[in-house]
Ligand binder design. Structure first.
Ligand SMILES: Cc1cc2nc3c(=O)[nH]c(=O)nc-3n(C[C@H](O)[C@H](O)[C@H](O)COP(=O)(O)OP(=O)(O)OC[C@H]3O[C@@H](n4cnc5c(N)ncnc54)[C@H](O)[C@@H]3O)c2cc1C
Length: 425
């Protein structure tokens, strides 16, 4: 019975795996962590402070809303959360508009949402209730949010799950950890080490077998490891790539019912915050700018003064850029900025100090950015997160069944829940 397990192997040193490891270590369990990359953190991916002037985040960046587990951990770590402020601007054909006015059909949209009793996809909702030409701009705005914010496919995304997210007060509140998400990972890692965890980097697991007394885990580089139980805390798409015993293999087929979207994130550091001086509008308060160009969303580091713009392309449109390498993505990003701000490419390039572009769909240990709910997701999550007392448990952001899907909060909560389940708490 794995509940009495003494030695636990955790596969994946992202937020979920590290959180589970810390909890188990604190309870006196022997913990080994196998991580495929040469670093911990997974989709929390700090970039070099030398390059960007601060520890920029190539993956998760914001703390959304209440996030109780994240905030609790920040408190323990003595880390602070800085509120993000500034204005959201929309640009069309070179004209900037401060996005203060709500879309005129917003009330009708929320009324329909609040009265909805059965689930449907976002596309089905828009087709059924908002089909006419009067609603064209509402439809565009909803689709843009679903793809841009949730990285989701409107043809698959569940309206009831999104309603929870959209109608929850405080959802839009954003904060950034001072020192970046990397500081939170540093803290978790130090805690894991303090409780004796053995962390093995560059250990890519390719198969897990159950044995009479636990599990046998094989890694791509040839090593194998025995333990009493294993927690598989890898991103959802990776579950399909690891050879598992038959019952577990059947169980993980449920993962197909959970949406998993992609994001391409670009970080461009410039000599100065040139956007505050452009003629088209007074953008001194610019936080987000939304547009219709190839990389449509950009944000600044307000309230700090780092001269960095972050570009964001998410959801199904990322497939059109799947073949582009990093330098081509950076070129595309600069082209988008040139269009948005009415500047020439050489002008922008002359200002550029450092640039990174990460297509998370092409990352072999992530294969996408984060999960979203389809009509069948809640049932699939319950199935995947459940435990029959066997030697393999699953964990990770995609298995979290609360409102904050696709976040670090989801990963930390899932890791904690999995460890507590194993401990019988
Ligand atoms: C671009 C981007 C922006 C985001 N922005 C935000 C944000 O602003 N706020 C927010 O809250 N969330 C954000 N997220 C989501 C957040 O990063 C994730 O939900 C969270 O970090 C997932 O943690 P996890 O532990 O479940 O998975 P991961 O962090 O992916 O950890 C899984 C680990 O498993 C490892 N692994 C994979 N395969 C193997 C294998 N075969 N053997 C061994 N190890 C393996 C991986 O290398 C990884 O380290 C963002 C994500 C992305 C990609």
């Amino acid at each position: 019975m794995a509940g009495q397990a003494d030695h636990i192997m955790i596969i994946g040193a992202g937020a979920a795996g590290l959180m589970a490891a810390r909890e188990l270590g604190r309870a006196g369990k022997r913990v080994t962590i196998l991580e495929a990359r040469d670093r911990c953190g997974g989709r929390i991916a700090p970039l070099s402070a030398d390059e960007f002037g601060y520890r920029a985040d190539g993956g998760a960046e914001f703390v959304h809303g209440e996030a109780p587990v994240t905030r609790g951990l920040l408190g323990e770590a003595g880390l602070s959360l800085a509120p993000v402020n500034g204005a959201r601007w929309t640009v069309r054909n070179g004209t900037f508009a401060r996005d203060e006015m709500p879309e005129r059909n917003t009330d009708a949209f929320y009324r329909v949402l609040s009265e909805l009793t059965s689930d449907m996809t976002v596309t089905a909702l828009l087709d059924r209730y908002f089909a006419g030409p009067d609603f064209a701009s509402l439809r565009q705005s909803v689709v843009r949010t679903v793809m841009g914010y949730d990285a989701a496919d409107p043809d698959r995304a569940s309206v009831l799950a999104l309603r929870d997210e959209w109608m929850h007060p405080g959802r839009g509140e954003l904060g950034r950890i001072v020192g970046g998400y990397g500081a939170l990972i540093d803290f978790l890692l130090a805690e894991c080490r303090e409780h004796g965890a053995d962390i093995r980097l560059q250990s890519s697991v390719i198969g897990i077998e159950t044995t009479d007394d636990g599990v046998l885990i094989r890694c791509a580089e040839g090593s194998s490891h025995r333990a009493d139980a294993a927690i598989l805390a890898v991103p959802l798409p990776l579950l399909q790539e690891i050879a598992l015993p038959r019952p577990m293999r059947d169980k993980v087929t449920a993962a197909a019912q959970i949406g998993f979207g992609n994001v391409i994130k670009l970080l461009l550091r410039f000599e100065s915050r040139w956007w505050t001086g452009i003629k088209a509008a007074d953008l001194s308060d610019l936080l987000f700018v939304l547009s219709d160009v190839a990389v449509p969303v950009w944000w600044t580091q307000r309230p700090t003064e780092h001269a960095v713009l972050t570009g964001w392309l998410a959801g199904p449109p990322t497939s059109s850029a799947a073949q582009l390498d990093e330098s081509q993505l950076i070129e595309t990003g600069l082209g988008s900025l040139a269009q948005i701000f009415g500047l020439s490419l050489p002008q922008l390039k002359a200002e550029l100090v450092a640039a990174r572009a990460i297509n998370w769909g092409n990352d072999p240990f992530s294969r996408g950015a984060y999960s979203y709910a389809t009509l069948a997701t809640r049932r699939a999550q319950a199935e995947l997160a459940s435990w029959d007392g066997g030697a393999i448990l699953l964990s990770g952001e995609a298995l979290y069944q609360g409102r904050d899907m696709g976040t670090v909060e989801a990963a930390l909560s899932s890791g904690l829940d999995t460890a507590r389940m194993l401990l019988g708490d």
